[in-house]
Design a protein around this ligand. Structure first.
Ligand code: XBP
Ligand code: MG
Length: 256
């Protein structure tokens, strides 16, 4: 019988609510530095998140909302330049410590380490951005593999990043559980047969998440239980390794 051997975490929206108060604010800062009258409100940013990847999101935004805009160089090159500056600001915001981890994340990761569960990261974020968060909250050896950004040709919802993690760690999908916050992430994982637990957030609460084993408000804490949006969580009110094993058993009971 396959056992749960590894947990693969998404970063943005899953480990921490980085989008609204981190990435978005950093984008607005570089727009203003560049003398552009563009500012993304928290509400406006929601639909923009349908495009994964900061560079890709910026290119898509310009094409849709400012088709007349003429950058000094090719649009993709210009977006990559702006994105490098945005990375600098994003890292500064994180170092100021204004973005905490989501409920239950630190506790679950510590428990997983104590029980020799292998841990990995699979994110669409650029590596320096993902590292800014990880270095702030975790020991360098916490995650066996950090798969981020342009390490693969196509970003979520393409399955490339999850495929890469499985290959690098020599794991089969049914030995793992993914924790994600978005439909694009669930789709990417599902395409390689990886089961996913969703912890939704303000930007993804209207997503359907077909294919997820369960959908929760967050991982929960002993004194702050999660809300079950969908799925069978048995007796559990917050996520521990026992909870993940309980969900994993449900996955194994479904024939591959
Ligand atoms: C979320 C993303 C990222 C961030 C911005 O990634 O799509 O692009 O919005 O980060 P995930 P960058 O949920 O997979 O962690 O600007 O570094 O791309
Ligand atoms: Mg995410």
């Amino acid at each position: 019988m396959e056992q749960l051997k590894a947990i693969i975490f998404d970063v943005d929206g899953t480990l921490a609510e980085t989008e609204r108060d981190g990435h978005r604010v950093a984008f607005n800062q570089v727009f203003s530095n560049a003398g552009l009258p563009w500012q993304w409100s928290a509400e406006f940013y929601g639909p923009l998140l349908e495009v994964s990847g900061g560079k890709e999101r910026l290119v898509s935004y310009v094409r849709q909302y400012h088709p007349q805009f003429e950058p000094p160089v090719e649009l993709e090159v210009w977006a990559a330049q702006l994105h490098r500056q945005k990375t600098k600001y994003y890292r500064q915001f994180l170092s100021k410590g204004s973005i905490p981890l989501r409920p239950g994340v630190q506790r679950l990761i510590e428990e997983a380490i104590s029980k020799d569960i292998r841990l990995a990261i699979a994110t669409t974020s650029a590596l320096p951005n993902a590292m800014a968060l990880l270095e702030k909250f975790f020991h360098p050896t916490t995650f066996e593999l950090i798969a981020a950004g342009d390490i693969v040709p196509q970003k979520k919802p393409a399955p490339d990043i999850y495929h890469y993690v499985l290959e690098q760690m020599n794991l089969s999908p049914r030995e793992c559980l993914v924790i994600e916050d978005s439909q694009a992430g669930v789709q990417a994982a599902a395409e390689v047969g990886l089961p996913t637990l969703v912890t939704q957030n303000e930007y993804t609460q209207n997503h359907d998440f077909p294919g997820a084993i369960a959908v929760l408000s967050d991982l929960g804490e002993p004194d702050a239980p999660f809300t079950v949006i969908r799925g069978d969580l048995g007796i559990y009110t917050y996520t521990t390794l026992a909870t993940l094993n309980f969900l994993h058993q449900q996955v194994l009971s479904i024939k591959p």
